[in-house]
Ligand binder design. Sequence first.
Ligand code: UDX
Length: 430
Amino acid sequence: MDKNRILIIGSGYVGLTVGIALASFGNHVIIHDKDEYKLDLLQKGNFPIYEPLLSEMFESNKSNIVFMHDISRAIKESHILFITVGTELVDGNLSLTNFYEAIASLEKHLEPGKIVVIKSTVPVGTTDNVRERLQKIYGKEIIVAVNPEFLREGNAVNDFLYPERIIIGVEHEEESIPLLQLYSKIDAPKLVVDFKTAEMIKYTSNVFLATKISFINEIANLCDLFGIDVTKVAEGVGLDRRIGKDFLKAGIGFGGSCLPKDLMTLIKISENVGYNPTLLKSVKEINEGQVRRFVYKVISVLGQGRGILGVWGLSFKGGTDDVRFSPSIEIVKMLNSNGFRVNVYDPKAIENGKKVLGNSVDFYYDPIETVKNTDALLVLTDWPEFLEVDLSKVAEVMNKRYLFDARNIFDPMQVRQHGFSYFGVGRKNV
Ligand code: UDX
């Protein structure tokens, strides 16, 4: 059988993961990005993002992968074309500029017989619009599909290879066959639906996860007042399989490039069709409140602007270098503007952190150095390696011993044994 000739338009987390993984199945993959510099880096094997397993998988499959800047040639040389460009929030609104730029290239260079697959998360109704535009030029021989991606940063390769489900949205059921064949090596339920349903499944999944997090954060805020430990409450309710234990970690709220953006977009598109999504708005409000509450807690313990703070963690969650919509970054900014001097450390996100925090804080490359002579340690991201740092060493070099655990990763009693006062989220202060 001939290898599939695949094009990936957009080399972010999703595009690179999908492209390299499909190459590992033996397909011939062209990866295009409008950023020439990024493509050059990739060509040399330098990954502009940190994603576990990705560069290793690239090394073992690079004979199947070509990075190509020339979009017209890239389109001509491929048969299945994936759109994986990023979309972003601009002033609270979803901008589809990059997405429609990619569609404009297809309008110029496509040929009948090709399959266009949308993986970027797009508002309900977008795929219909793309199909109309492309079929108007090239006729019914162009197949358009929407195939949302559910991979998580930091776990992207495994999530792509071992997904919980594959969703394929098409106009006519038989148009899903090429994609079902492409994914035949992946053992997961495959659901073929229409465009709008596929688009809505993606939004519903992400917004449901966001809702679960805001829900447990609201409970955490109550636990704070009742003097109960929310991690125990979450453990107890999570044992009920109807609820499930995942996404019940209370903290400073969800960030990243997907959950906040998809929530905002679903709110906006609901309002556009005349519906007031009160639950979704509360999810957003609770999320924004978590950052403020945490800052307030620090100020109420230490006093406004009093002291030097050591921060561990800038990325929006452990396992990634991504700082987009990171609650940790928000907190650092707020503490800074409240007069605190802040030292920061992150295992992978220092460079990205520098781009957004500039010289407003001091950056460190070692967790212990970060907290030397500080008055409080703030753990803002759930990096597993933070649990391996010797707390007795931390205690030794600090000026005062306050530990604010924004992700509830430490055992309060153990922390206490090292002489710290411990403050979690929705946990008794000890
Ligand atoms: C998310 C979806 O999980 C994924 O399916 C989709 O394809 C892209 O968006 P990602 O943004 O990589 O993935 O991060 P995720 O692991 O979902 O975490 C999102 C945010 O929620 C992070 O800031 C994380 O720290 C926070 N979170 C997660 C919590 O605060 N509590 C939890 O229990 C889980």
